[in-house]
Design a protein around this ligand. Structure first.
Ligand SMILES: *Cc1c(COP(=O)(O)O)cnc(C)c1O
Length: 427
């Protein structure tokens, strides 16, 4: 679909393009396999000589249509869906790193990503240095080694809500000859297009706003096509030297701007196989059709709720980049002028015990381990996701023991505020 369409139109129309007599709505190709007339036809697919479908672990038409839509929303050249956001962030790194390599990662990333990169990748021989994304450029440079292969950060971090200086990080990555990979889950392409600020690859947990209804776990990797792998031939042999498992194909030579996603599909999906089911891709597509309507409403409601909390006498602190006195307000205005996300974190005077009592008295707002869907929900990481940690360990990880993560939904903002207000009376 042409780049001249606006993002609202792309949310609805990109991806599935029916031909004469085909279904208007994206069909669910609930089939593991695909039929051919001659063995030569299928052989050419296995040689990557021709594009086509043969087995859903590698590619499926429903999944591909949704991946294409997300690629267009981000302004990328190609994308691949995965079965979860975790799988997307794993593949995004593993596609260009192997044992003996090293990556530089923002220390404010989502807990699941922190464990994946800091612990699990380490067991596979890939080392990770966590950096404070707010540090000056020169300090960040000290994290690099000769074997560094990528820089990774989140546009707005979950749950600490740190806004990334994307241009600073793009320059940092490129001066060291490696790509910048950005997890754009919280901002979504509606509020931020990281490629326009120099990021090379974008990942998503589509489980959050993209699905938007808490129906399906999923992920996505999008490539801008801008990183020149051949210019850094020695660093990325997986893309720039022959792949013996595909008859000596050199991805960067044969597939040009689509090399990174082609390799991820042909090699990583083939071997590791974290594909979403076509049914889940279909549901994700339904969510994407209203992304441009939901995200602004999430931000509008969150701004009203943040202002209410900020003015409340029982509230100790509020973190929301939409507030003018927020540390990240200036960066947010630059990179996401239309709004950041619907997630707020705040603390109540009296700490963890008061937080728990407050949450137990909520009626409309539910306690769930989720964020970024249509229904307003809360979580106290110290009592839930991070409950094995002491207060001291929590502080080291940048999480206040009294932190309440509030994911503001798209109900009527007055009703959300009324519920918070009545629970506040009880503490
Ligand atoms: C939730 C989340 C993930 C993990 O995604 P899953 O779909 O739960 O596997 C990764 N990054 C961010 C920023 C997230 O919010």
């Amino acid at each position: 679909m042409g780049d001249n369409y606006s993002i609202e139109t792309k949310c609805i129309q990109s991806g599935w393009k029916p031909k004469k007599g085909e279904p208007r709505i994206l069909p669910i190709y609930q089939s593991t396999t695909f039929k051919y007339d001659t063995s030569d036809q299928m052989g050419r697919l296995f040689d990557l000589e021709e594009e086509g479908y043969f087995y859903t672990r590698l590619q499926n038409p429903t999944n591909d249509a949704v991946a294409e839509k997300i690629a267009e929303l981000e302004g990328g050249v190609a994308a691949m869906l995965t079965s979860s956001g975790q799988a997307a962030n794993y593949y995004a790194i593993f596609n260009i790193c192997e044992a003996g390599d090293h990556i530089v990662v923002s220390n404010s990333v989502y807990g699941g990503t922190f464990n994946l990169y800091g612990t699990t990748l380490k067991k596979q021989g890939i080392e990770c240095t966590f950096v404070n994304p707010d540090d000056p450029y020169e300090t960040l440079c000290e994290a690099f080694r000769p074997n560094t292969k990528a820089v990774f950060a989140e546009t707005i971090s979950n749950p600490s809500l740190v806004v990334l200086d994307i241009e600073k990080f793009a320059r940092l990555a490129h001066e060291h000859g490696v790509p910048l990979i950005v997890d754009n889950t919280f901002a979504t392409p509606i509020n931020c297009r990281p490629f326009t600020w120099g990021a090379d690859i974008v990942t998503h947990s589509t489980t959050k706003y993209m699905d938007g209804h808490a129906m399906t776990v999923g992920g996505c990797i999008v490539d801008s096509g801008n990183f020149d792998w051949m210019a850094h031939k020695d660093k990325f042999p997986g893309l720039t030297t022959p792949d013996e498992s595909y008859h000596g194909i050199v991805y960067a030579e044969k597939f040009g701007k689509k090399a990174y996603i082609t390799k991820a599909t042909a090699q990583l999906m083939r071997d590791l196989g974290s594909i979403p089911s076509p049914m889940n891709a279909f549901l994700l597509n339904v969510g994407l059709e209203t992304l441009h309507l939901r995200v602004p409403r999430h931000c509008e409601n969150a701004t009203r709720v943040a202002e209410f909390l900020n003015a409340h006498e029982k509230v100790a602190w509020v973190n929301y980049a939409g507030l003018e006195d927020n540390k990240y307000h200036t960066l947010a205005q630059k990179y996401m002028p239309n709004g950041t996300c619907g997630v707020i974190s705040f603390g109540l005077k009296g700490g963890r015990e008061v937080a728990v009592r407050f949450m137990d008295h909520l009626k409309l707002v539910a306690i769930v381990t989720h964020v970024a869907d249509a229904r307003t929900c809360v979580l106290n990481p110290a009592s839930h996701t991070h409950r094995q940690m002491t207060d001291e360990q929590l502080k080291e990880a940048g999480i206040e023991p009294d932190l309440i993560r509030l994911s503001v939904g798209i109900e009527n903002a007055d009703d959300i505020i009324a519920d918070l207000s009545q629970a506040m009376e009880t503490v």
